[in-house]
Write a protein that binds this ligand. Structure first.
Ligand SMILES: Cc1ncc(COP(=O)(O)O)c(C=O)c1O
Length: 396
């Protein structure tokens, strides 16, 4: 089956008791057994729930994996992966990723004797110098949040395989519509399903997808033992969100391309980070491993100050100032004070995350209205048609 068909049908069977076409929300904590151990495959709802099973099967299918496991949030899914490790183990992680992941690694897990190396993964070769006998996991996010850097997943996986190291890819920004990391050699795919998979900003959820049976057994043991599982209603909402992922993503990509080009043509804007630009440093890799470039982007202002950024952030009307991303509605955010506030200032500035950096999650509204909203907030610019054409040539 092709992705669009899988998104609508995978994992979902008419409900055996009524024929309901949508998997019901099995709001139950336990299941009645006719005799000890004689049950219908469900014993206790932390361990299994039919709504979760349907979603897990759907998620495995759309990421081209064999198994999926659901969690109460993206962070709970990340937490489960790190619990595969033992004290003394080392992780090589991207130096530009979601601030909450960095916080979990450094503020929670470091004290249990795990060592994290944060490296620039735009060049996969950079990983090699940090590999030693204790290295057990490589963690990457691509495109990254919020700098839109790209990691070459196949190149990282090839290096990891030589040393028997697991590779986990946070695929939240791309979604399986744009990129399927298991096909490129990754061992585990992670999603904050709160974002594009859910797609409607109404649920917090996370998941892991994998092919290896032993890995699935270990991770489902952690899922059940630690108990960070989602409720059935949240699973239902993700299952419903998946059914329109392909058409939402198509529009996110179209709107994203138009807005990225428009931002580039505005003289108040300094840099625009969007991996669809031909002159993006890793555009060739993005083109090789992605099927489009999405609606996530960041930009900086020529006036690189918190004040200037605040003015823009408070002036948009359609772009709502809020954390999160990937919903149908457009969001605007300020990584330095919001999603990435947990990263020390000098560290974030080193990685290009300057004070005026603004992140957009371009939604699926009418793009002309979105551009007008940004235009009103950033300030009107008169740009000659020739100038605009020249700037657009650099873009896809
Ligand atoms: C790339 C990425 N990974 C993981 C997470 C964490 O997900 P959650 O908020 O669902 O716990 C986020 C949240 O913003 C994210 O952007």
């Amino acid at each position: 089956m092709k992705l669009a068909t899988k998104l609508i049908h995978a994992g979902v069977e008419p409900d055996p008791s009524t024929g309901a076409i949508m998997t019901p929300i099995y709001q139950t904590s336990t299941y009645v057994q006719t005799a000890p151990g004689d049950h219908k495959g469900y014993e206790y709802a932390r361990t299994q729930n039919p709504t979760r099973t349907a979603l897990q099967n759907a998620l495995a299918a759309i990421e081209n994996g064999k198994y999926a496991l659901c969690f109460g949030s993206g962070m709970a899914a990340t937490d489960a992966v790190i619990k595969l490790l033992n004290p003394g183990d080392e992780v090589i992680a991207a130096n530009d990723m979601y601030g909450g992941t960095y916080r979990l690694f450094t503020k929670i897990f470091q004290k249990y004797g795990l060592k994290f190396h944060f490296v620039d993964m735009q060049n996969a070769e950079n990983i090699k110098q940090h590999i030693n006998a204790n290295t057990k996991l490589i963690w990457t996010e691509t495109p990254t949040n919020p700098m839109m850097n790209i990691t070459d997943i196949s190149a990282v996986a090839a290096i990891a395989k030589q040393h028997n190291i697991l590779v986990c890819v946070d695929n939240t920004f791309a979604s399986p519509y744009l990129q399927t990391p298991l096909d490129l050699g990754a061992d585990i795919v992670l999603h904050s399903a709160t974002k594009y998979l859910g797609g409607h900003s109404d649920v917090v959820h996370g998941c892991l997808i994998m092919n290896d049976t032993v890995l699935e057994e270990k991770l489902s043991f952690i899922q059940n033992s630690c108990g960070a599982v989602p409720g059935p209603q949240d699973c239902f909402l993700i299952l419903r969100g998946l059914k329109t992922l392909h058409i939402r993503m198509q529009r996110h990509c179209e709107n994203g391309e138009k807005i990225a080009n428009w931002l580039r043509s505005n003289s108040k804007i300094d840099k625009v980070y969007w991996c669809g630009f031909q002159d993006h440093p890793n555009h060739a890799i993005a083109k090789k491993q992605m099927r489009g470039f999405g609606g996530m982007m960041s930009f900086t202002l020529k006036d690189d100050s918190m004040e200037a950024a605040n003015k823009v952030l408070s002036a948009t009307k359609l772009f709502s100032l809020a954390e999160s991303l990937g919903g149908v509605e457009s969001l605007i955010g300020h990584p330095a004070s919001m999603t990435h506030a947990s990263i020390p200032r000098e560290k974030r500035i080193q990685n290009g995350l300057v004070d005026s950096l603004i992140r957009l999650s371009v939604g699926i509204e009418d793009v002309d209205d979105l551009i007008e909203d940004l235009d009103n907030a950033i300030g009107k610019e008169i740009i000659s048609a020739t100038n605009k054409r020249e700037q657009n040539i650099a873009a896809v």
